[in-house]
Design a protein around this ligand. Structure first.
Ligand code: AMP
Length: 281
């Protein structure tokens, strides 16, 4: 596995792969890798000749300086995991190489950056849009892999890829969970043992909501039930629970097509912010 931090060096090796007509799969990450990330790597190695993984804790997508400071860094362990997973190249650029000191560019993503995550993390998706655009330009992959755990991110990346005419297939990968159902996340490492037990409330709430909706309960009643549960029975401070159309993330008030509905949730547990979502069907 090649470990590259220099942009020119990355470009050189990419051109070499292109000349050899090798297909390139790309997995952008912020490191502290877990089995969720490795599922993306596996999907890529199955479909491509070359798999490139980037590890870059992107400062522009953090709206909270403490969150950025506390974000886990485990470079040596990450490299070992990527090596075992047959990743071909890991790209770990320094911050200064990805952003000019006085950079001006800003990406607007319309309503998609205002709702759900965007409401609680203003500017987050502008940062995501910017870094993914830069990385797509550098890596020029045939396919790029994103987890459905970050459903709003996946939706935005699809939109960005279409609108900017990137010739890249965006491949979604289902959420990998711990045994009790908690969605794997680099942030789980920051939970105390007690909080780790409580964290399961998010997934359990999604399951309860799903069951109620499938049994015909109204959207509004299910929303009230979940809000009430977090108010009275959980240590998680709920930020949002939304029932949306999977295709465009617009809120729905009635279920017309259960195949196009997602339940999305986010909350704080101590200092840690967790998100999750499931499909209704
Ligand atoms: P991150 O390092 O958190 O920016 O995540 C990098 C990629 O891994 C994103 O496409 C995430 O959606 C994806 N990802 C994170 N957690 C999981 C998970 N539990 N299962 C599947 N994919 C995940």
């Amino acid at each position: 596995m090649e470990i590259i931090s220099d942009i020119a060096e990355l470009r050189q090796i990419i051109q070499q792969f292109k000349r050899q007509e090798k297909s390139i799969g790309f997995v952008p990450t912020m490191g502290a890798l877990h089995d969720g990330h490795l599922a993306l790597i596996r999907a890529s190695t199955n479909q491509n000749d070359i798999t490139i993984c980037s590890i870059f804790v992107n400062p522009t997508q953090f709206n909270n300086a403490v969150d950025l400071k506390n974000y886990p860094l485990e470079i040596d362990a990450d490299i070992a995991k990527l090596e075992t997973a047959n990743c071909s190249v890991v790209f770990m650029p320094p911050k200064e190489k990805m952003y000019e000191k006085d950079f001006l560019l800003n990406i607007h993503i319309g309503y998609l950056e205002e709702i759900m995550e965007g409401k609680f993390r203003p500017g987050h998706f502008k940062g995501v849009g910017l870094i993914v655009t830069k990385l797509f330009n550098l890596v020029e992959p045939n396919r790029a892999y994103f987890g459905t755990k970050d459903l709003q991110q996946l939706t935005i990346i699809r939109r960005l890829t279409n609108e900017l005419l990137f010739n890249i297939e965006i491949v979604p990968v289902s959420t990998i969970r711990e045994e009790d159902g908690l969605a794997m996340s680099s942030r789980n490492k920051l939970l105390t043992t007690e909080e780790r037990f409580q964290a399961i409330d998010l997934y359990e709430a999604l399951q309860v909501a799903k069951k109620k909706l499938m049994a015909g309960e109204s959207v509004i009643s299910v929303q009230e039930h979940i809000q009430e549960f977090f108010k009275s029975e959980s240590l998680i401070e709920l930020e949002y629970f939304e029932i949306v159309r999977t295709s465009d993330l617009q809120k729905i008030t009635k279920i017309h097509n259960a195949d196009d509905v997602s339940l999305c949730i986010a909350g704080h547990l101590g200092k840690v912010r967790l998100i999750d979502n499931i499909l209704l069907n």
